[in-house]
Each structure stands twice: as structure tokens, then as C-alpha cells.
Ligand binder design. Structure first.
Ligand code: GLN
Length: 396
């Protein structure tokens, strides 16, 4: 008998059947299958800086091999307090910090810790794909507010955002600098969001993993630093993107102490703790890495320059990102070539460049059907190889 869909998912919970596997990671697999240049998944293909690698090697030599304190090695918690004070003037005490297995775990632990089934979350879309399944896993109902592109970059409609809040709204999720749009929320936008959070007595959960990848002199503004927000913001970040160590899985959630207790409990039962020697290495990197962090934006500016004009010349409609390392392009001019197939799937097979289909950043796939995301956290030869293939596209 031919297996039915019901057979193929038998035994899987109703909750889990509501979402699909990560399209981002699927595109990485397709890149390998078609031997394509992988500008899909957001990870660097260049080495991490020596100082963080040496710190990790030393930590293992020092036999830091057993469980760290569940909510974080004291050295890392101290380094985090010092770093947030130094960079942003934030007062982060020991009681606020939960170190997690990457900011991904920090986000899901936070959502499970603060949301009740039926609570609503406000999420800007396009969104980083995890927020959809995260909401489902935590029982919350997401409300989406669309961020749209114009010649001036990406922006949202304030009335639309205000209308998304209601009595059931418990939290808003903000990702700045943003994946996939590259938007950096301005102080005025953050103040508008702050006012809504206060008016509706809800939390802000901020994903700031790209805090140090920000262009053209912009400054990263943690929402928690705005008046009235320290008490209602959970700030999430990690070392993955800053130090090019996405596989180490060290991130954190900074929360008011009353919430941190809940986050720590969820984190404890999900993972016990993040890798102990890598937490010690992260602490050292944070203590020594300010100059490196300042240089990071300059390095990424050069990569951005290698890619954005080349994409524009080839016919992709896009503006230069303000932060992070992605370009969400409009691919309308190419849609005739794909015979109805999703552009990104066609592109990886026929042209040999892997990207992430825009549909995976929207709750309604149709909204992203004419978009695809390029990632440029790659070496110059990788970027140049991809742009050569892309340039040939316009001649098809
Ligand atoms: N944040 C990265 C991206 O958007 C990596 C995602 C992942 O695979 N965890 O591509």
C-alpha cells in the first residue's frame, strides 16, 4: 500500500506537525548536492580569530570539561556584565543572565518561560524562521506586522503595528540588526515600540545577535537601554556571529531577575548548560575583543560592497543592508525563468548558487514568493565565484 501523509507523520505530536524543517539548513544540503556556492545559511566560511581559538584550547587543556553552572560559568557572567556596561551603559547583574546553547536556545527558553498558551506575540515579518516554530512550541499565537522595502530601505507602518497589540499581547519580538532584511531599527522606531510595550504592559524580546555587524556609522541600540524598558526587556545575543563561531553554541538571555528564574529553569531542563570550555573562551574573547568588534563592521562593509552592486547589476532589486550580513532581494525580473518553481530552488540547481527562498521568512509563503536571501559572511573567493555565476544569469 502507498504510505499516506498520515502514515509518514504517525507518532509525531500535533504541535510539531504544524511546522516544517528549517529551509535554511535544507538549502545548505541542496548546495552540497548540486555542488553550488552556498550563500544560503548564515555562517562564515573563514576562520575564527586566533585569540578565541587559543582561549578554547587553553580551557580544554585546563580540564574545564564538566558541566558549568547551569545558567553560565561565573567567568562568562562577569565578562557579560562588564561588556554590557562598557558598550551600552547597561546594568546587567549576575541574577539577570542565563547562558544558553546559542541565542536560538535563549529565544525558545525565553518564550517557553514567559508565554502561556493563547498569549499573543507580535512579530515583524519577514522574520528569522525560528520565531514561527518557537511561537508554536511555546503555545503562543503570533501576529505578524510586515516590514516593506522602498528606495529608502525597510520600514513598517506605525498604525499597523499599534493595531497588532491587544489585551492578549504578551510580548513583541524584535531582531535588530535584522535577519533577513538588514534593517537596523532607529531610536525613534524603538521609542515607538517602547511606548506600545508600556501602554499594553507587555514584554520585548530582542534578538541582537548581529549587534556588532552594523554599517555606515550606525550605532546598535539595545531596546533595554530605553527609559522604562530594562524592566520589561529580554535581551538575547551570543558569540556565534561576532566571533565567527556559529558551531560553538554559546549565547545568552539577559532578563529582569523575576523572569530570569523562569528562563533558567527551562534552560536547565532543555540542555543543562552550554559547552563549558567554550564559555570560558567566550569570556576571554569578550574581555579582549573590543578592538576586534570595532574592526568587524569594516570587514563586513567590504564584503557588502563586493555583493550588493554585483546583484544590482545582474537585475536583483535590493538596497544595501544597514546591518547583519544578508540581502533580501526582489527577484521579480527572474520569475519567468523558473517555470513556476521557487526561484531559490531553481537557482541552486541551474545556476549553482544557494540562497534562501523569501517564502521561509513569512507566515504566508506567497508574501515572499518574489524574494530570495543572499548571505555574504563568506571569503572573497566564495563571493566572487557566486557573483560570476549570478552575472551569467542576466545573459540567459
Ligand atoms: N542565522 C543563520 C541564518 O539565518 C543560521 C540559521 C541556522 O541554521 N541556525 O542563516
Amino acid at each position: 500500500m502507498t504510505p499516506t501523509l498520515a502514515d509518514s507523520t504517525r507518532g509525531v505530536s500535533a504541535r510539531v506537525t504544524q511546522f516544517t524543517e528549517s529551509v535554511i539548513r535544507e538549502m545548505t544540503r541542496l548546495a552540497a548536492e548540486y555542488d553550488a556556492v552556498n550563500l544560503a545559511q548564515g555562517f562564515p566560511d573563514f576562520p575564527a580569530p586566533d585569540f578565541i581559538k587559543e582561549a578554547a584550547i587553553q580551557a580544554i587543556r585546563d580540564d574545564i570539561n564538566q558541566y558549568a553552572v547551569t545558567w553560565g560559568d561565573p567567568l562568562l557572567r562577569q565578562a557579560l556584565s562588564a561588556k554590557y556596561a562598557r558598550w551600552y551603559g547597561m546594568e546587567v547583574t549576575d541574577a539577570n543572565i542565563t547562558v544558553c546553547c546559542g541565542s536560538t536556545e535563549a529565544m525558545i527558553s525565553t518564550l517557553i518561560a514567559v508565554l502561556n498558551p493563547g498569549d499573543e506575540t507580535v512579530i515583524f515579518e519577514p522574520f528569522y524562521e525560528n520565531y514561527g516554530p518557537d511561537s508554536i512550541l511555546s503555545g503562543a499565537v503570533p501576529r505578524f506586522v510586515t516590514v516593506r522595502q522602498s528606495a529608502d530601505g525597510w520600514s513598517f507602518d506605525r498604525a499597523e503595528l499599534a493595531a497588532a497589540f491587544n489585551l492578549r499581547t504578551r510580548a513583541i519580538i524584535i531582531n535588530t540588526p535584522n535577519n533577513p532584511t538588514g534593517k537596523v531599527f532607529t531610536r525613534a522606531e524603538l521609542e515607538f515600540i517602547r511606548d506600545l510595550c508600556i501602554q499594553h504592559d507587555c514584554l520585548a524580546i530582542t534578538d541582537e545577535i548581529y549587534e556588532h555587524i552594523i554599517y555606515d556609522g550606525r550605532q546598535h541600540i539595545p531596546l533595554a537601554t530605553l527609559d522604562g524598558m530594562a524592566e520589561r526587556t529580554i535581551t538575547i545575543s551570543g558569540i556565534s556571529k561576532t566571533f565567527s563561531v556559529t558551531g560553538w553554541r554559546v549565547g545568552w538571555a539577559l532578563a529582569p531577575a523575576r523572569l530570569a528564574g523562569g528562563i533558567r529553569k527551562v534552560h536547565d531542563f532543555l540542555t543543562v548548560g552550554a559547552p563549558a570550555p567554550l564559555q570560558v573562551a567566550a569570556a576571554k574573547a569578550m574581555d579582549q575583543g573590543d578592538e576586534y568588534c570595532r574592526q568587524l563592521s569594516a570587514d563586513y562593509t567590504a564584503r557588502r560592497q563586493r555583493v550588493v552592486p554585483a546583484l544590482q547589476r545582474a537585475g536583483f532589486q535590493c538596497t544595501a543592508p544597514e546591518g547583519a550580513y544578508y540581502i533580501l532581494t526582489d527577484v521579480t525580473p527572474f520569475l519567468g525563468m523558473c517555470g513556476g518553481e521557487e526561484f531559490a530552488r531553481w537557482l541552486v540547481r541551474e545556476v549553482g548558487v544557494a540562497t534562501v527562498p523569501g517564502s521561509s521568512f513569512y507566515h504566508d509563503a506567497a508574501l515572499g514568493a518574489a524574494q530570495t536571501r543572499f548571505c555574504y559572511s563568506k571569503t572573497d573567493p566564495t563571493l566572487d565565484a557566486a557573483m560570476r555565476k549570478i552575472a551569467a544569469l542576466s545573459k540567459r
